[in-house]
Write a protein that binds this ligand. Structure first.
Ligand SMILES: [Zn+2]
Ligand SMILES: [Zn+2]
Length: 85
């Protein structure tokens, strides 16, 4: 992982939140995860595509943070339950 620095003050950015889920679960596969970095100097927030803590779901193949359950599978299970399958 290359070190991330603030484009303004060139200070190393601090990782604030890894694998943060962006977007609605309704977007399913379009859901992206980001690593949120903060500059300790100017408090500028930078978002990067998550490169840590991601796992690929063996069931549906979508990627999600290992800190959370697979949203696609959770949604599919809810739909199956609602339709009585
Ligand atoms: Zn800065
Ligand atoms: Zn899944």
């Amino acid at each position: 992982m290359a070190e991330k620095t603030c484009v303004y003050c060139h200070k190393p950015l601090k990782l604030k939140e890894a694998g943060y889920p962006m977007g609605s679960a309704l977007l399913k596969a379009d859901r992206v995860h980001v690593d949120i970095y903060e500059c300790p100097e100017c408090e500028r927030i930078e978002l990067f595509a998550a490169e840590s803590d991601l796992v690929t779901c063996p069931k549906c193949g979508s990627t999600h943070s290992k800190k959370e359950k697979c949203a696609v599978c959770a949604m599919n299970a809810a739909i199956d339950e609602a339709t009585g399958k």
